[in-house]
Write a protein that binds this ligand. Structure first.
Ligand code: NAD
Length: 471
C-alpha cells in the first residue's frame, strides 16, 4: 500500500488529501499538522474549514484510509510520498519585506523530513512557492541525506475556495513538474499514477520543475489581473451611464477572452492573489525586470483603489460624514461559500467606514465574531508606506458589532454595504429591511447581487459597482 503523508492540514492540505483518499482506496493518506486545534477539528464533526461537499468526503474515508494526526515525524518517517502544503505568507520584515514569500514553514518542514527519514522519499511541493524553491529544498535534503534518495516534485494546487471539492473532483488540469533525470521521471510517474485514478490522463500535464512552480504564480496573477481590468472599467461605467454587467457580458462573449473572472466588485481578496502577485513582483525585481514588476504591481494598486473608491462613495453619498451613523455590513468572507477572511476586501472597507466614525454591524453566515475582531485589529502592510500601521484602538473595536442575522444587522441602519456575494443576500425581504431602516435608506452593493431597479422602487438609494448612478 502506497503511504502518503501531507504536512499542513489547511484549506489546501485537508480537502486535497480527503479527495485523494476517497478516489484512491488502496492508498493510505495521513494529514499532519503542528496545530493541535486544527487536527482535533479534522477529527471531529465540526471541520476546521467550511467548504461545500467536504463533510461528506471526509465522512466517507476518515478512519478507513484517511487520518489526521499531530504526530508529524512518525507519519513522515513512514511515508513514500510527502506533500508539503504549509503556509507561505508574505514576509513582513527583513530582506524582501512586503513582497517576498516567507519560506520559514517550508524550510522547517524540509529540515524535519531530512532529520526523520530513513528511506527514499518523493517530496511534493503543494504550497505555492517562488520559482526555484525546489533547488533550495533539494540542497537542504541532499546535504542531510544519509544516503537517502529524495525526488522533489512541484504539484501546485489550482482549487478555488468555495468550490474546492468540485475543482478537485474535476480539475481543468493537474500539473506535475519534475527533474528530467530517470529518477525524477520515475517520481513524476508515481504521482501521476495517484491522480489518474480519477483524472483523465490528458488533463495531467508534466513539465520541468521551474515551469510548474512559475505556472502557479502566473495563473494567479493573470486571474487577478482580469478582475482589476474589469474593475478599472467599472468606474468609467458609473461616470458615463454604461452598465458594467452589459459591458462584461459582451466583452466575455469574445471567444478569445471568455466570460470568467469578469465580475466587477469591491475588489479581490483571499490569501493567494495579492501574496502571489507580490511574490512575482519580487522575483521580477530580483532578476532586474523592473518594467515587468511595475506591470504586476498595478494589479494590486487597482484593487486597493477599488476598495477606497467604494468607501469614498459611501461617505460622499451619505452627506460626507458617517459620524453617528450605523452601517450594516452584509458579508465579510472574501467570497461566497467560504468562511475564509484572509485579505478580504471587507477588512479595508470596514476600516474605512470606522475611520469616518461609523458604527458597523456585520453579518456573515460563515464568519465568527472572533475572526472579525482579529481581522479588524490586525496590522496591515501598506504598499506605499512600508511600515506597519497602528492596530485599531479598543474604542474603535467597540463600534463593531456582529450579528447572526441580516435583518438584525440592518435594523435601524442608515446604510447597507454588501461585501460578499452570498446567495442568501439575493433573496432577503428588502421591503422589510427598508421599513426598519433610517431614511433615506442607502444600499451600496459591492458585489452586484441585488436587483437595483426593484430596490429603487422600494425607496432605497442604491449604488452598485459599475452601474449607472441613482440620480
Ligand atoms: P493554511 O494556513 O490554511 O494551512 C497551512 C497549515 O500548515 C497550517 O494549519 C499550519 O499549522 C501548518 N504548518 C505550518 N508549518 C508546519 C509544519 N512545519 N509542520 C506541520 N504543519 C505545519 O494554508 P492554505 O490556505 O492551506 O495554503 C497552503 C499553501 O497552498 C500556501 O502556499 C498557499 O499559497 C497555497 N494555496 C492555497 C490555496 C487556497 O485557496 N487557500 C489554493 C492554492 C494554493
Amino acid at each position: 500500500m502506497v503511504k502518503i503523508c501531507c504536512i499542513g492540514a489547511g484549506y489546501v492540505g485537508g480537502p486535497t488529501m480527503a479527495v485523494i483518499a476517497l478516489k484512491c482506496p488502496a492508498v493510505e493518506v495521513v494529514v499532519v499538522d503542528i496545530s493541535v486545534a486544527r487536527i482535533n477539528a479534522w477529527n471531529s464533526d465540526q471541520l476546521p474549514i467550511y467548504e461545500p461537499g467536504l463533510d461528506d468526503v471526509v465522512r466517507q474515508c476518515r478512519g478507513k484510509n484517511l487520518f489526521f494526526s499531530t504526530d508529524v515525524e512518525k507519519h513522515v518517517f513512514e511515508a513514500d510520498i510527502i506533500f508539503v502544503s504549509v503556509n507561505t505568507p508574505t514576509k513582513t520584515s527583513g530582506l524582501g519585506a512586503g513582497k517576498a514569500a516567507d519560506l520559514t514553514y517550508w524550510e522547517s518542514a524540509a529540515r524535519m523530513i531530512a532529520d526523520v527519514s530513513k528511506s527514499d522519499k518523493i517530496v511534493v511541493e503543494k504550497s505555492t512557492v517562488p520559482v526555484k524553491t525546489a533547488e533550495a529544498i533539494e540542497k537542504i535534503l541532499t546535504h542531510n541525506s544519509k544516503g537517502i534518495n529524495y525526488q522533489i516534485l512541484s504539484n501546485p494546487e489550482f482549487l478555488a475556495e468555495g468550490t474546492a471539492i468540485q475543482d478537485l473532483f474535476n480539475p481543468d488540469r493537474v500539473l506535475i513538474g519534475g527533474r528530467k533525470t530517470p529518477e525524477g521521471q520515475k517520481a513524476v510517474q508515481a504521482l501521476k499514477a495517484v491522480y489518474t485514478q480519477w483524472v483523465p490522463e490528458d488533463r495531467v500535464i508534466t513539465t520541468n520543475l521551474w515551469s510548474a512552480e512559475l505556472t502557479k504564480l502566473a495563473a494567479n496573477a493573470i486571474l487577478a489581473k482580469r478582475i482589476s481590468s474589469i474593475n478599472s472599467i467599472s468606474a468609467l461605467c458609473e461616470a458615463t451611464g454604461a452598465n458594467i454587467t452589459e459591458v462584461a457580458y459582451s466583452v466575455g462573449k469574445d471567444s478569445r477572452i471568455g466570460p470568467k473572472f469578469l465580475n466587477a466588485s469591491v475588489g479581490f481578496g483571499g490569501s493567494c492573489f495579492q501574496k502571489d502577485i507580490l511574490n512575482l513582483v519580487y522575483i521580477c525585481e530580483c532578476y532586474g525586470f523592473l518594467e515587468a514588476a511595475n506591470y504586476w504591481k498595478t494589479v494590486i494598486k487597482i484593487n486597493d483603489y477599488q476598495k477606497s473608491r467604494f468607501v469614498n462613495r459611501v461617505v460622499a453619498s451619505m452627506f460626507n460624514t458617517l459620524s453617528g451613523k450605523k452601517i450594516a455590513v452584509l458579508g465579510f468572507a472574501f467570497k461566497k461559500d467560504t468562511g475564509d477572511t484572509r485579505e478580504t476586501p471587507a477588512i479595508d472597507v470596514c476600516k474605512g467606514l470606522l475611520a469616518d466614525k461609523a458604527s458597523i454591524s456585520i453579518y456573515d453566515p460563515q464568519v465568527t465574531e472572533d475572526q472579525i475582531q482579529r481581522d479588524l485589529t490586525m496590522n496591515k502592510f501598506d504598499w506605499d508606506h512600508p511600515i506597519h500601521l497602528q492596530p485599531m484602538s479598543p474604542t474603535t473595536v467597540k463600534k463593531v458589532s456582529v450579528t447572526w442575522d441580516a435583518y438584525e444587522a440592518t435594523k435601524g441602519a442608515h446604510g447597507i454595504c454588501i461585501l460578499t456575494e452570498w446567495d442568501e443576500f439575493k433573496g432577503l425581504d428588502y421591503q422589510k429591511i427598508y421599513d426598519n431602516m433610517q431614511k433615506p435608506a442607502f444600499l451600496f452593493d459591492g458585489r452586484n447581487v441585488v436587483d437595483v431597479e426593484k430596490l429603487r422602487e422600494i425607496g432605497f438609494v442604491v449604488y452598485s459597482i459599475g452601474k449607472p448612478l441613482d440620480t
